[in-house]
Design a protein around this ligand. Structure first.
Ligand code: SF4
Ligand code: F3S
Ligand code: ZN
Length: 103
């Protein structure tokens, strides 16, 4: 499961489409965590898709990640600022790849 303390245990190493990327990153095998308020551990996500289907405000968008051992696309929290903290995505992800910091 994603480490809910990732912002203390990891360092921001990059930015992607306006959100943070938390390392370590070693593409294409190791991709880190994308997002801060809505965070997706790309190394755990296996492209189930439930988060994209269920998020009421369309926070997530697919990004292609060819060569990653778990899956060749990931749910990117592209619109994390739109999140309304309903926690649906956290509940439906079968591998607990998502952390939402609802404060
Ligand atoms: Fe979408 Fe709710 Fe998850 Fe926020 S907590 S990203 S609104 S499903
Ligand atoms: Fe990935 Fe979990 Fe969404 S596996 S696509 S973050 S439901
Ligand atoms: Zn991203």
């Amino acid at each position: 499961a994603i480490d809910p303390q990732f912002h203390e245990n990891r360092e921001q190493v990059d930015e992607h489409e306006g959100h943070a990327v938390w390392g370590p990153v070693d593409e294409p095998e190791e991709l880190g965590i994308h997002g801060t308020h809505v965070a997706v551990d790309f190394d755990i996500c296996l492209a189930d898709g439930a988060c994209l289907e269920d998020c009421p405000v369309d926070v997530f968008e697919w990004v292609d990640t060819p060569g990653h051992p778990e899956s060749e696309r990931k749910a990117d929290p592209a619109n994390e600022t739109q999140c309304i903290d309903c926690m649906l995505c956290v509940d439906v992800c079968p591998v607990d790849a998502i952390d939402v910091d609802a404060g």
